[in-house]
Design a protein around this ligand. Structure first.
Ligand SMILES: *Cc1c(COP(=O)(O)O)cnc(C)c1O
Length: 391
């Protein structure tokens, strides 16, 4: 007896399962593992945010069922953030919805907009949730390949007309995971124009909107005139404020899409714990200097790692956003071979590019979620153990 639906049957085996098994065995054997695979910031949640959570937990009112659509403080704080950061005005009641982490909203948006057989346009490589949520909704996905030559932007003109006709949703993600690619407003202009011409809603995943370096400021798709007619933007507190475990995010933009998603959600979950929403509102509206501080740390790690990679012959342009490095594997390896070799010989965990889609083959992802000394140590081990010939 197979106790799972066809829907679950079609979900491919977890790509990290094999790596996790090896990792566990190596830890057991006493190997000092350096995990550059995880996308979870190692830095702590700023104290003022944790304190606010603790304070809000003391009020018994806050421990009742929350409002289905999110508490007013949180939604207002998101609207304030959009005005402050992008000059975008949002109605907190109709154009903002609180989510139990943006992953939850991304996964629920697909069945909100997609019927069985409909297509979802998905960047390749990208965050696996877009693809898996599509499969779980019995939808089909069309991969928009991202290449370095094209700044990891999809070539909208290359999408076949027959696919466009049955597409009900397009995902975009900048600064990108895993590519670390960033775009300017002009790209969002093109995307919104294309989406409006073909009547395909866009969901822009802006999880790394505030993880940026130097003078680069990541734009919002909602800055584009008319974009609210066709798009929503997902945002998260997870990466900006090191709040991954809090499970709090939001979606902003088109009010009809937000209404539809809230109908699905009100029949599925009952919203996030109010003190978490209030702590998140506080994070968005109080002192923002922690963001600059975190980004400086990532930048320092990034610089060290880029130099380290260069010394083993792997050249990558310095990313302007995200805490990832998306690097080509050395000659003679596939992504899986390289990552497996590195793990077995050095105890350093990297993510193989093909875990993010077929166009990720030939790349590996480094997450900068460990201190600089550990990054240097990782590079030294790779240099010593893997005889990579620098051409
Ligand atoms: C981390 C991440 C998310 C999920 O963030 P949560 O708000 O913690 O669910 C969404 N998209 C991308 C690309 C991410 O890397």
């Amino acid at each position: 007896m197979n106790y799972q639906s066809n829907r679950i049957d079609q979900i491919p085996p977890y790509l990290f399962a094999e790596i996790n098994k090896k990792k566990a065995a190596m830890i057991e054997a006493g190997v000092d593992i350096i995990d550059l695979g995880i996308g979870d910031p190692d830095l702590p949640t700023p104290k003022h945010i944790v304190d606010k959570l603790t304070e809000e937990l003391q009020d018994p009112k806050n421990l009742k069922y929350p409002s289905f659509v999110g508490c007013t403080e949180f939604k207002t704080a998101v609207a304030e953030f959009y005005y402050r950061q992008y000059g975008v005005e949002l109605n907190p009641e109709t154009e903002v919805l609180a989510l139990i982490g943006s992953k939850e909203g991304i996964a629920h948006l697909v069945p909100t907009l997609v019927d069985p057989g409909d297509y979802v346009l998905i960047p390749d490589p990208s965050y696996p949730v877009y693809r898996m949520a599509t499969l779980l909704a019995n939808g089909q996905y069309y991969h928009m390949p991202l290449s370095k030559e094209n700044n990891f932007e999809p070539d909208f003109k290359a999408i076949p007309k027959e696919i466009l006709k049955c597409s009900k949703l397009m995902f975009l993600n900048y600064p990108g995971n895993p590519t670390a690619a960033t775009v300017d407003v002009e790209f969002f202009h093109r995307a919104v124009t294309f989406a409006r011409n073909h009547n395909i809603p866009i969901a822009h995943d802006s999880a790394y909107n505030m993880v940026t370096f130097d003078s680069y400021k990541a734009p919002s798709i909602l800055e584009i005139e008319g974009s609210k007619e066709i798009s929503v933007e997902f945002g998260s507190l997870s990466k900006t404020y090191n709040m991954t475990g809090f499970r709090i995010g939001y979606v902003a933009g088109n009010s009809k899409i937000i209404k539809a998603l809230s109908i699905l959600k009100s029949n599925t979950d009952t919203g996030q714990l109010t003190p978490i929403q209030k702590a998140a509102a506080f994070a968005l509206t109080s002192d923002q200097s922690c963001i600059t501080k975190h980004n400086q740390i990532y930048k320092e790690r990034m610089t060290a790692m880029l130099e380290g990679l260069k010394s083993i012959g792997v050249e990558v342009d310095p990313p302007k956003g995200s805490f990832f490095i998306w690097a080509p594997v050395p000659k003679g390896y596939t992504s899986t071979e390289f990552v497996t070799n590195v793990l077995e010989q050095t105890g350093v965990i990297l993510t193989p590019g093909n875990a993010f889609g077929p166009s990720g083959e030939g790349f590996f992802r480094v997450s900068l979620s460990v201190p600089t000394e550990r990054l240097n140590e990782a590079v030294n081990r790779i240099k010593q153990k893997l005889k990579i010939t620098v051409s």
